[in-house]
Design a protein around this ligand. Structure first.
Ligand code: ATP
Ligand code: MG
Length: 183
């Protein structure tokens, strides 16, 4: 006789997952998590900080995934770490405001804050506000936060932290940003 696994009934305990480190695979890991959750009927959204490009995932979400909404807050250009343009700061703050609204709305079961760690490291948004947002999130909401340089206080708040470590990257052999791999 096979024993069926128990059906998880909601409300569940939402988790805070932090994916950081200097290797490639953080955003794509969060997207894998989204796909898995969508398969179970979760409503998922992603707020992308410091990104404005038509990434494959943005196109795919619009075209094929009605349960996955993507909101972008950034330009299609690099932000200077030590001297960000006022527009970069403004967009990141708008992204944080949107994240706050989405988290409080209870319209989503999983929310991904993509590159939020970098926005924090670049001082585009205040750490204390982000920590408060995480502490006060609805208990059943899953929150996924990506980007290198995740701050120590966020690591402590999280239920799970993974660090993607670079061993080698094709960039070093001259292979530039590629469709389907980088974007
Ligand atoms: P991905 O979006 O592919 O999962 P990521 O989220 O881990 O990557 P980011 O730190 O957000 O990576 O960087 C964005 C892009 O920069 C990645 O698509 C990646 O290929 C490139 N990148 C990441 N690590 C390196 C590296 N060590 N050297 C050069 N380019 C890199
Ligand atoms: Mg990323």
């Amino acid at each position: 006789m096979t024993v069926e696994p128990p059906v998880t009934s909601r409300p569940k305990r939402g988790l805070v997952l932090v994916i950081t480190g200097n290797g490639k695979g953080k955003t794509t890991s969060a997207l894998g998590q989204a796909l898995r959750a969508i398969g179970h009927g979760y409503r998922v959204c992603m707020v992308q900080f410091m990104k404005g490009k038509q990434y494959g995932e943005v196109i795919a979400a619009e075209k094929y995934l009605p349960n996955f909404k993507v909101f972008q807050y950034g330009l299609d250009s690099f932000v200077m770490r030590d001297n960000p343009a006022p527009i970069d700061v403004e967009l990141a703050r708008q992204g944080l405001e949107m994240a706050r609204r989405l988290i409080r709305s209870k319209e989503y079961d999983m929310i991904i804050l993509d590159e939020i760690n970098v926005a924090l490291d670049f001082n585009l948004i205040p750490l204390e506000e982000v920590l408060e947002l995480v502490r006060s999130k609805p208990p059943e909401l899953d929150l996924v936060m990506t980007g290198r340089y995740a701050p120590e206080q966020l690591r402590q708040l999280a239920d799970m932290v993974s660090e993607v470590q670079e061993i080698k990257h094709h960039y070093a052999s001259g292979i530039k940003s590629r469709e389907g791999i980088e974007y």
